[in-house]
Design a protein around this ligand. Structure first.
Ligand code: SF4
Length: 505
């Protein structure tokens, strides 16, 4: 019998969420380093370099890897011989740990959780509640896994009820390209197969908490259906050529995890959940002797990489930029942005478009300006702004036409691909869409020299800011002729890898 004290448990949860906000798991770093060294696509290699440099900076500076510090997910295996010294429920204890972690003044994390999701969508301000999964097992310890899952990767989760005779590999290979790059590859795919729909989802989520070990599996060979599937999917998903950030390249996944469970004779439930460039999880065991002490990784775990520093990139002054200049940019061009950059994401876009529809004056002049889709972390100490990486741009697609048509906006910066209607609007108005690297948020924030709120301060991290940036690295993803690197890059690399036919357009 062991006794878990209330504060030991809460503090352990809090410490673990702080820990994973700035330390990537070392298996992710070594797998990404290996993929970086092998990568032949210059754009994908540069994106991986930025993710690795960002990761090291976060480990040194104890600041979040990504501006989306995630929804808190906790898996608990509670020993049947464990006693709790508390009057609170386990959910309440976990939530208190999450609050402590996310409100820590030394490394404040972004509160992204909204109550009343179908209605008012009101921020809970402390990132609680967590999503807690509990099992009761033999023993006298509490086994804990904490994970912080970003919205971009959670939003790409998939579930299908296949017919018993359907092929799971075919479904995955059809489905992964439809997920775009909003889940910030390279990452890990988790598959849950069998049980019932909710069991399959849980299997997929728990599978991505396992360490990356596909190379060990390759070396020893598969000994089960699940292991055979892992190897086949690892090879075939990478042969799709999607690459880091969807730019086209050799590595889309660093591992594929598969967990299965017996199912009904009539059913073949399959769930798939990705883990992104901000893969964040930690595993520890409490035995009643006190709170956990997680061991920090050694900085030697990170490779020595220096970024090209913009070699070959074009320097652009945002303060004197015109439409005539942006129409000369080509998809794939690397640009270093300096000057005044507006920000805005979902809530600000909705308000702007509602104001345009109502004929109201806008609070900001967008003529010849660029807007950056971002919701930064609050700053600490002498920071101008906290980690400030791009958010998924497709969520802004439906607002793009009115903004380009009515405001004089000439450029956007975000993450991953644009949909067909946004690409058509960009082409029609001679505008441009650029990407920054998702999962390199702290690195991006170092290019921001000042930040002030211009409009909608009540929206918090969703307010419209004006950043003054210096040499912020971006890549032209959709040019003024409507060419998209997220279409051309993966097609080029799929053909080069040559294992999966490329459909002609
Ligand atoms: S790396 Fe991408 S998907 Fe992951 S949390 Fe950050 S923005 Fe979201």
């Amino acid at each position: 019998m062991s006794t878990i004290r209330e504060d030991d448990f809460i503090q352990s949860i809090a410490d673990a969420f702080q820990f994973i906000s700035y330390y990537h798991p070392s298996d992710y770093i070594s797998a990404l380093t290996e993929a970086y060294e092998r990568e032949e696509s210059p754009a994908a290699k540069d994106a991986m370099a930025q993710i690795l440099v960002n990761s090291r900076m976060c480990a040194e500076g104890h600041r979040p890897i990504c501006q989306d510090t995630g929804i808190a997910v906790v898996f608990l295996k509670i020993g049947m011989n464990v006693q709790w010294e508390t009057a609170q429920s386990v959910q309440e204890l976990v939530d208190e740990g999450v609050r402590r972690a996310y409100l820590d003044v030394d490394n404040v994390l972004r509160a992204s959780i909204l109550s009343d999701p179908a209605g008012a969508r009101k921020n809970t301000k402390d990132n609680a509640p967590a999503v807690v999964h509990m099992e009761v097992v033999p023993g006298n310890t509490v086994d804990v896994i904490v994970a912080a899952k970003g919205g971009g990767s959670e939003n790409k989760s998939k579930f299908v009820m296949l017919n018993p005779g359907d092929n799971i590999v075919d479904w995955v290979i059809e489905t992964v390209p439809s997920m775009g790059a909003g889940w910030c590859p390279p990452g890990i795919l988790g598959l849950g197969i069998g049980g019932t729909p909710e069991k399959a989802m849980l299997l997929a989520k728990s599978a991505i908490m396992d360490p990356i070990d596909i190379h060990e599996l390759k070396a020893r060979g598969p000994s089960s259906t699940a292991e055979k599937l892992r190897l086949e999917l690892y090879e075939k998903v990478n042969a799709l050529g999607i690459g880091a950030q969807g730019l086209g390249g050799l590595t889309t996944v660093l591992d594929v995890k598969v967990r299965d469970y017996p199912t009904h004779a009539a059913s073949k439930p399959v769930a798939m959940i990705p883990n992104c460039a901000a893969t964040r999880h930690a595993h520890f065991v409490l035995d009643g002797t006190g709170p956990v002490e997680l061991t920090p990784p050694s900085l030697d775990d990170w490779p020595e990489i220096s970024l090209a520093g913009g070699a070959g990139a074009r320097r652009v002054d945002l303060n004197s930029l015109s439409k005539q200049e942006v129409v000369t940019w080509q998809a794939g061009d690397q640009i270093l942005l300096s000057g005044k950059l507006l920000t805005g994401r979902d809530a600000a876009h909705k308000r702007l478009v509602d104001m345009i529809a109502a004929g109201d004056d806008l609070p900001v002049d967008f003529s010849n300006r660029f807007i950056y889709y971002v919701g930064p972390v609050d700053p600490v100490r002498d920071e101008v702004v906290g980690p400030a990486g791009p958010t998924t741009s497709t969520r802004m697609d439906k607002y793009t036409e009115p903004l380009l048509a009515k405001t004089g906006l000439i450029g956007m910066v975000g993450k991953s691909e644009r949909g067909p209607t946004a690409i058509a609007s960009i082409g029609k108005h001679g505008a441009v869409y650029c990407i920054a690297v998702g999962g390199a948020a702290y690195l991006v924030s170092k290019a921001i020299r000042s930040a002030k709120v211009l409009a909608f301060p009540e929206l918090g991290m969703e307010a419209i800011y004006e950043f003054d940036v210096k040499d912020m690295p971006v890549t032209v993803a959709v040019d003024a002729r409507g060419n998209s690197v997220h279409n051309s890059g993966p097609a080029e690399w799929r053909a080069k890898i040559g294992k999966i036919p490329v459909a002609s357009a």
